[in-house]
Design a protein around this ligand. Sequence first.
Ligand SMILES: *Cc1c(COP(=O)(O)O)cnc(C)c1O
Length: 391
Amino acid sequence: MKKVADRLAALPPYLFARIEQKIEKLQSRGIDVISLGIGDPDLPTPSHIVKALIDQAQKAENHRYPTSAGLLAFRTAVASWYRRRFGVELDPASEVVTLIGSKEGIAHISFCYLQEGDLALVPDPAYPVYGIGAALAGAEVYSLPLKGENNFLPDLSSVPVEVARKASLLFLNYPNNPTGATCDKEFFQDVVSFARHYDLIVCHDAAYSEITFDGYVAPSFLEVPGAKDVGIEFHSLSKTYNMTGWRIGWAAGNAELIKTLSSLKSNLDSGVFQAIQYAGIAALEGPQDCIEEMRRIYRERREIAVAGLKSLGWDFSLPKGTIYLWVPVPSGLTSTEFAEMVLEKSSVVVTPGIGYGKYGDGYFRISLTLATERLKEAFRRMKEAFGTLYH
Ligand SMILES: *Cc1c(COP(=O)(O)O)cnc(C)c1O
């Protein structure tokens, strides 16, 4: 067999292999493993959206190749949603492109604007696709540490001038996976000034904008004056409507960036099944009480998880967004050692923070994507195995 291309061989090693082996071993012995590691909503897609898919799937005109950029009707529904939700005006024809899930566009934007030797600014810890897309495109990645003492916001003023000058793309994500951190419009304003000053393209990932708590309402990056001059926002139906398997999202914002991304995509893919795009319209334009219900369920789970962590001795302030809790590892252990210990002693899976970058190593991530009884059982087991973890 021929050798794998360098660009693939250079990807970071898959860090969860050892943990996955251990999980398999436990399960093969008949042990019930509870995973707090799954970043995929367990709740079903609301039924009116499923029904729209069924109806549209019956229609022969939807069986043909869609356009790569997406149905204008779907892009118009996205623009209307941005107006209602954020007060942002978008031209559906030139400022919105449909994506095969936002992950697809996030990976491809790097191929539009980065070449060998270029530089991308990527938060650490982060959703891995930002850095991997940039690396596959041949670029270098400069890590922006997200630290607890800065509320998990990057300190843009600490980026060396020559790095900022050289960089082409800046990736950001609030509400943030994995930290659960949120930001305000002032932060986005600083980002726009920074991007203007150094001629950077901002790529904001807003996948969790609707999963927020305690009265916090997440802003769109595009709400800030000047944002559309410097960037785009990636968004998705995946988390808002429990549609991760459907593969539909979008990018919105600067028309030139959208045009370039659409042009790359038209050479690579043939878009999203039209019946799914119509179901997406049903999601954005149909009843929205399903979102409030989803928040209620996550809020209840969040309270159980926090009570569980407190019983292990942890004093915790709650994040205002996402389906994750980002928890410091007890002192003296790496995140991997901790995750392996928890798995061995209590058959509970937590995600080691190192999987999201080296600055994630002091933390582990818990997902709120399982039923309350399972969540309670996970913490009961940890309590039984460890008593207290924090002193
Ligand atoms: C889940 C998630 C997404 C959504 O990805 P899709 O490809 O739209 O399903 C995007 N960004 C982050 C940070 C996520 O966690």
